[in-house]
Ligand binder design. Structure first.
Ligand code: MN
Length: 250
């Protein structure tokens, strides 16, 4: 994919995020960044082919092998992004605080190079981090959303069914109430931006996939909002029901 989309989405006059360049490197580093955008999520990034291949994991990774986390593939990020921490200004793409949650190296499992495994939609790697260790799988599970993957722990000596994710930037406790309020406000303001971010998939380079994605976009654009009560397509039913409930409460 390269960094084209990454650059397109950001105004570097406004954000301190690295502009970055593609760098040829044989290193295999990874980072997990806690990102307090409209919705708190964890950005999981693996270094390969001169960029950080990136997924937004809404609930964050888990060491519990029974837990499969949704991971939305997003645009490739520059290698320097691995060390980025701080605030992305409100109103800018992905606005909110970013903190390193875990950082380390990874190694591929099997003979297939990792970028090739990504293209095949199934990868296995071993993480050597401070929090995350051991073997993990990622599987591309396109369906409702083309960029959807699942991230989960393989059963090994690092697997822990009792494991619970601890945030770097905890908020919501009484002591940190002011910060929590600020973050809530931030969340409300950024909701739309992050929806956009999660929707911006990395289109796979297959003609069939591209056609599917195009069809989806057209269908969505053509559907007028007022028609929601008559929408009875099985795939969108639960979603539209939820939306109606929310609207009714307001
Ligand atoms: Mn993010």
């Amino acid at each position: 994919m390269g960094l084209k989309l990454y650059h397109k989405k950001r105004d570097f006059e406004k954000t301190r995020e690295p502009r970055g360049k593609e760098k040829s490197t044989k290193k295999h580093r990874f980072v997990v960044q806690e990102h307090h955008a409209s919705h708190l999520h964890f950005d999981f990034r693996l270094e390969m082919e001169g960029v950080m291949k990136s997924w937004a994991v809404p609930k964050g990774p888990s060491l519990d092998p029974s837990v499969k986390r949704l991971a939305m593939m997003v645009e490739d990020h520059p290698i320097d992004y691995m060390y980025f921490e701080g605030a992305i200004p409100l109103g800018e793409y992905g606005g909110g605080e970013v903190r390193t949650w875990d950082i380390g190296t990874y190694e591929a499992v099997g003979d297939t190079p990792v970028p090739e495994q990504v293209r095949q939609g199934k990868l296995t790697f071993i993480l050597h981090g401070k929090k995350l260790n051991g073997e993990f799988h990622m599987v591309h599970t396109p369906g409702r959303q083309e960029n959807a993957w699942l991230l989960f722990k393989v059963k090994d000596e690092y697997a822990d069914p009792e494991w619970e994710l601890v945030r770097v930037l905890p908020y919501g406790s009484k002591k940190e109430a002011p910060e929590a309020d600020a973050l809530k406000k931030l969340e409300a303001q950024q909701k739309k931006l992050v929806k956009k971010q999660l929707k911006s998939a990395a289109p796979r380079k297959r003609a069939t996939t591209r056609r599917t994605a195009a069809k989806k976009t057209t269908a969505k654009a053509a559907k007028p909002k007022t028609k929601r009560t008559t929408t009875k397509r099985a795939t969108t039913k639960s979603k539209s029901t939820t939306k109606r409930t929310v609207r009714a409460k307001k």
